[in-house]
Each structure stands twice: as structure tokens, then as C-alpha cells.
Ligand binder design. Structure first.
Ligand code: SF4
Length: 308
């Protein structure tokens, strides 16, 4: 008899853990696939996979993902989260792995109606179609509320043992977690910076002043305090660790500022224009650097090191 092998999109959140368990319970061999980008990592998935003894494939699609984030076909959610396009991209990648590594089909932990943008019936259908997985994409947690897929029709999966969960209430998932003795699990989408409203503001501002931004620029959005003056940004480290990281992200044309005689932040003046950084912005950067040093804030004379 043909061994049924499924590739499951695994974030390490409760829904993906439950979807894995539901399929494993049917004797199906499950392998997880998870993704790394500039906006989320694979740590949560790695930890959860280890706990439930799930083999996991990690795919770094940072560059391709950023390209999609800049211009998503189906737009953004409440923050700058292009969830529909993001799912499509992940599933396209999963489809390629499915073909190459001879998996029978792909599954996800998506729940009908759980997320208004990307998990309503229309969006689930659209994602399936655009990913090229038509008929071969199973959502075990809501399968009974959706059209039967090819794995169900062919009897690879017993539809009767799949679930009919829908909506935003997590009651059924929490009951299932108890049944499977899963005690700790992260909040849904907790690890994605694109859902963070503060981060979204920073990213939108960056995309406006420098649409060609790359990984380094996104890295800087995660650090320090930000002040924007036309196409120049002043980024001020909030602690030693951030100062070190900021220093490493300096590019040609940027300037680093540090106080000579006082402890305090390291400031990066990040130049996103073709012009030189103006004297007035440099003066503002010095003032801000002094302001964010508790020792130097009220001093009259402060000297600075300027590293070009
Ligand atoms: S929450 Fe983030 S990782 Fe999840 S689908 Fe949306 S954009 Fe992608």
C-alpha cells in the first residue's frame, strides 16, 4: 500500500501543532515546513517541532518575501501584514518541495473564519488556487466545512476523522490541546513583525523614503529610537547590545556619532539620499545623542566622535 506522506506548513502555533496531531493520528507520515524571513524566524517552529517529534524543513525566503511585502497583490491587513500573499508564497514553496521530495499532498493548520483577512472561505479558495495546489491542500482543522480534497476523495485521509472548527473562539482548539496533552503554546501570529503596529509605521516610512530597501535596512527598523528628516534617518541605540548591532549595520555614506567623555547611546545617521548628510541633521543627531544620555543630558559642553 502506498505510504501517505504529507508536508505541513508548521509555524509552531497551536493550530499547526493540532493539524499535525490530527494527521499523525491517522497513521500519516507528517513532515513540517517552516519559513524564515526578515520579519520572522523559525525558532518557535523549531521548539514546537522538537517537542512533538516532528521532522522540520526550514526555508529561508527572506529576499523573495521582502519583494512581496513591498507590493502585495492582495494588500495589507490591519498593520502591514500581507497575509494572503504571504500564504500563497509559502504554499508555492511547499508545492515545489512536495514535488521534489514526493509528498502526497500539503496541509496547513488554517481555521475557517479565524482571521478575517486570510481565512474566510473566499480567501482560503483563492490561496489554494494561486498556490497551484488545487485539490492537494488539506486544512484538517476545518476540512468538514470545506469541499473534499483529493486526499480525502482517494481515501488517503479519513474525512470522518477530520474536524469542523471555525471562527475566532479558541475553545475547541484549547479542548483538543488538553486531549493531546499540549500545555504550552504561543499566541497566533505572535512572532510576525508585520502584524506589529509600531513596526508597521517604521516600515511604511522606510518604503516611502527608500523603496529599494534591503535586509540591512529592515534590520535597522528593529533597533533603537528612530527620527526621520526627509531622506535621512537618525537611529539611536537604547542599550549596549543595540549599539553594537547598529554599528555593524553602518554602510558607506552613513555616519556614526558617539560622545567622547560620557557614556550613552551610539547614533547612526543613515543616509537614504544621493546627497551628503546636511550639517543641520548632523547637529540634530548630536543633540539627540546627548539627550538620550542620562549623564550628559544637562551638560553645557559635550564633545563627539564622528565616524564616517
Ligand atoms: S502573520 Fe505574518 S507570517 Fe503570518 S501570514 Fe501574515 S504576514 Fe505571513
Amino acid at each position: 500500500m502506498k505510504k501517505i506522506r504529507v508536508l505541513l506548513l508548521f509555524s509552531g502555533g497551536l493550530d499547526s501543532i493540532l493539524a499535525t496531531k490530527v494527521l499523525m493520528e491517522q497513521g500519516i507520515e507528517v513532515k513540517g515546513i517552516t519559513f524564515k524571513s526578515y520579519f520572522f524566524d523559525a525558532e518557535q517552529a523549531k521548539k514546537a517541532a522538537k517537542k512533538i517529534k516532528l521532522a522540520l524543513k526550514i526555508v529561508d525566503f527572506s529576499k523573495e518575501h521582502l519583494k512581496m511585502v513591498k507590493n502585495p497583490k492582495y494588500g495589507y491587513g490591519k498593520a502591514i501584514n500581507p497575509c494572503i500573499d504571504c500564504h500563497i508564497l509559502m504554499l508555492k514553496k511547499a508545492k515545489a518541495v512536495m514535488k521534489k521530495e514526493k509528498f502526497s499532498f500539503v496541509a496547513t493548520g488554517e481555521v475557517l473564519g479565524e482571521r478575517p483577512m486570510s481565512q474566510n472561505k473566499g480567501a482560503l479558495g483563492l490561496i489554494e488556487k494561486e498556490s497551484g495546489l488545487k485539490g492537494y491542500l488539506l486544512r484538517p482543522l476545518s476540512a468538514k466545512l470545506l469541499k473534499p480534497t483529493i486526499p480525502e476523495k482517494l481515501g488517503w485521509v479519513d474525512r470522518e476523522k477530520l474536524l469542523d472548527i471555525s471562527g475566532r473562539s479558541r475553545k475547541k482548539q484549547i479542548a483538543l490541546a488538553k486531549k493531546y496533552k499540549i500545555k504550552k503554546y504561543p499566541t497566533p501570529a505572535g512572532g510576525c513583525l508585520l502584524c506589529d503596529l509600531e513596526f508597521s509605521k517604521r516600515l511604511r516610512e522606510l518604503l516611502k523614503i527608500y523603496p529599494r530597501c534591503e535586509g540591512n535596512d529592515i534590520g535597522l527598523l528593529k533597533l533603537g529610537r528612530h527620527f526621520c528628516f526627509a531622506k535621512t534617518k537618525i537611529i539611536i541605540g537604547r542599550n549596549e547590545e543595540e549599539n553594537e548591532k547598529i554599528k555593524k549595520l553602518k554602510n558607506k555614506g552613513d555616519i556614526l556619532i558617539e560622545m567622547k567623555n560620557y557614556p550613552g547611546p551610539l547614533t547612526l545617521v543613515k543616509n537614504y539620499s544621493r546627497l551628503k548628510i546636511s550639517k543641520s541633521v548632523l547637529e540634530k543627531a548630536k543633540k539627540l545623542t546627548q539627550y538620550y544620555s542620562t549623564k550628559a543630558r544637562y551638560e553645557r559642553v559635550v564633545e563627539f566622535d564622528i565616524i564616517i
